[in-house]
Write a protein that binds this ligand. Structure first.
Ligand code: GP9
Ligand code: MN
Length: 625
């Protein structure tokens, strides 16, 4: 290998300059949160790896082209970084292909472009100037390598990339499958590789959409209409009971049903919710299941808003945020509701900012709408008590009737709570996670109690219904041993499935017919149920869930992995159980088969709708028949 006149070739100089520049921009010009030394290290490594990836290809070119290539790629790369920086200043998010071509985001930006510039932005182009200067012929910094040299230089690219990916997976397992948040992606693989990833995802979804067959939606429509012929049922006592009332929907982070009515050393874990469940003005469901998959909270939101199943891979909020939906906020908007979401986290987490706009939310109060101080924030951010307190003013300013969704955060894995904020003992088992789980649950229970009080004080309470729902499990199977210690029984697949029950309560101030209902229902049923309570007829809606109060309610609640619960059976991990006794049905395992077939078919239909974006072929209006 011979480098001309022992000078460092320009592609290496470019790698170093561009890499360091990119690191400095990530570190000091974006507002990325760096939580540990590994993240810091990755943030330094990934720009160098990306820069090498971009520039090292030039070794295959002749000297003249090499220089031209380095000049232009450094400029284009810097422009990409620059536009992301501008976009970030406005939206605290990174550019995605769909956002670039659709929605109002790009348009919003052109208007405020100048105000988003900072003098220090010239730094972003500092290396370009140096590279252009050095690329002029007289410095002769091109490199001509023998074939093995070129191969070796290229091999280094793959090594660096692989190293980066491995580090990213260590830092954030399943990063590429689940996506989580664009900020995580950029922190781990850098803005350039993130764009490559985004492009791949986009191409894949596009292809599936293009191949979709329009006739599929009619087949699905017939299936749904056969299954639940009359969902409107206007004669039911509850039809329209909440008409024109505000709907306050609280998604309670990681809250499982078993927390209700349980105690740690004689102290109730969730006294407020446990009482609420039994109260006169609340209808609760004790066999309500979460149905989420990898998209966790965002999946629970997706299921509730659309009454479709989540995907078995990735989060629909990320992979199919541009599809056509007939989502709850949009329907409510058409019926005179102002719709909003309150969640004190980064707006781009789970791609919420993009998805919310698509499905018709009018307003999203994210982290930046709240005041965070060292006293009121820990773990994932703003604590639930301050979150609710600070939300009230925004709520009061909303037009009524409104639909507002609240997503709590404190009771989130790893369930850490400053000692002085804990009003219940830790549990004592081999799982630190389970031990702490009760403390944050108790905290959130107190926050909800405070929220109800604030709603009453503000005068909003009387004109509202309050719906509370657990989003998904908090204690995974990994903690089965500790869980079985707590429950005093082995966590069989049957018990595991029963543990997927989360609270679901409909609190109607002034109502006196409260009861704890035993029907088997799930998140998929929330949309038709809410529409029923609000007296909104969406006759041609296509939902896999059914109104929980209907005589022709779903006969099963299906989980994403194909397991299900019906009145009679629990089917989990390939085993068919008698639901009332928890006994395996042994040689009569085929008892579960007919429902298994339906579950598989329904999940497949739901996937087809999402992958093929089939709702674009369907007319939801009442003219349709
Ligand atoms: C993040 C919060 C938690 O904004 O909703 O998400 P999760 O990890 O539970 O899906
Ligand atoms: Mn969650």
């Amino acid at each position: 290998m011979s480098f001309n006149k022992m000078r460092m070739p320009l592609f290496l100089i470019a790698t170093i300059l561009f890499g360091i520049k990119t690191y400095v921009v990530y570190r000091f010009m974006f507002d990325l949160s760096i939580e540990n030394p590994l993240q810091e290290f990755i943030l330094l490594v990934n720009p160098l790896a990306s820069a090498y990836l971009i520039f090292a290809i030039s070794v295959w070119m002749n000297p003249g082209r090499q220089m031209k290539y380095l000049r232009w790629t450094s400029l284009i790369g810097s422009l990409i970084l620059f536009f992301n920086l501008i976009f970030y200043r406005n939206f605290t998010d990174f550019i995605t292909i769909p956002v670039l071509f659709q929605g109002n985001n790009a348009a919003d930006l052109t208007g405020s472009f100048l105000t988003l510039l900072h003098p220090a932005d010239v730094l972003v182009f500092f290396d370009v100037v140096v590279i252009w200067y050095l690329s002029k012929k007289n410095f002769d910094l091109s490199v001509s390598l023998p074939k093995q040299g070129k191969i070796a230089a290229t091999a280094v690219t793959f090594l660096l990339l692989a190293g980066n990916v491995v580090l990213a997976e260590i830092e954030r397992p399943m990063l590429f499958v689940r996506s989580f948040d664009r900020e995580y992606l950029v922190k781990n693989i850098g803005v350039y590789n993130y764009h490559l990833y985004d492009m791949t995802m986009q191409t894949k979804t596009r292809a599936q959409r293009v191949l979709a067959d329009e006739s599929e939606i009619s087949e699905i429509e017939s299936y749904i209409k056969d299954k639940s012929p009359d969902q409107v049922e206007k004669d039911s006592e509850l039809y329209g009971i909440a008409e024109n009332k505000n709907v306050i929907f609280v998604s309670i982070e990681s809250f499982q049903n078993f927390l209700l009515d349980s105690e740690i050393n004689g102290t109730e874990v969730a006294p407020f919710l446990s009482d609420l469940k039994e109260s006169e003005d609340t209808i609760s469901f004790e066999n309500f299941y979460h149905q989420t998959a990898q998209g966790k909270t965002s999946d629970s939101e997706f299921i509730v808003e659309n009454s479709l199943y989540p995907l078995d891979r990735g989060a629909v909020y990320f992979t199919h945020a541009q599809n056509e939906y007939n989502a709850l906020p949009e329907l409510l908007g058409q019926n005179g509701y102002e719709t909003s979401v309150f969640h004190a986290n980064n707006k781009s987490f789970w791609n919420r900012d993009v998805m919310y706009e698509n499905i018709g939310y009018d307003e999203f109060y994210g982290e930046q709408s709240f005041e965070l101080t060292p006293e009121n924030s820990f773990g994932w951010g703003l604590e639930d008590k301050a979150f609710f307190d600070q939300s009230i003013e925004y709520m009061k300013a909303q037009e009524q009737p409104f639909y507002s969704k609240f997503i709590t955060l404190t009771h989130h894995f790893p369930f850490e709570l400053p000692e002085e904020k804990a009003n219940i003992d830790r549990y004592d088992s081999g799982s630190n996670t389970l031990n702490q789980y009760f403390q944050t649950a108790r905290y959130t229970d107190e926050a909800l109690e405070g929220f109800f009080k604030k709603l009453k004080d503000s005068g909003l309470y009387e004109d509202s219904i309050i719906v509370l729902m657990g989003d998904h499990y908090g204690i995974s199977e990994f903690h089965n041993e500790a869980m079985s210690q707590f429950l005093g029984k082995e966590v069989t697949p049957y018990v595991h499935t029963q543990l997927q029950r989360v609270p679901f309560m409909i609190h109607i101030p002034g109502y006196e017919g409260g009861e704890v209902k035993e029907e088997v229902v799930g998140q998929i049923d929330v949309k038709p149920t809410l529409l029923h309570l609000l007296g909104i007829e969406a006759e041609n809606d296509l939902t896999f869930g059914t109104n929980m109060f209907s005589e022709t309610k779903n006969e099963f609640t299906a989980m994403r992995d194909g397991s299900f619960v019906s009145e009679q059976y629990v089917f989990s991990k390939g085993i068919c159980y008698d639901r009332s006794t928890g006994e395996e049905i042994g040689d009569q395992a085929e008892a579960c088969q007919p429902i298994r077939d339906k579950v598989d078919k329904e999940l497949q239909y739901s996937d087809n709708i999402i992958y093929g974006d089939l709702f674009r072929f369907y007319d939801f209006s009442s003219e349709h028949n």
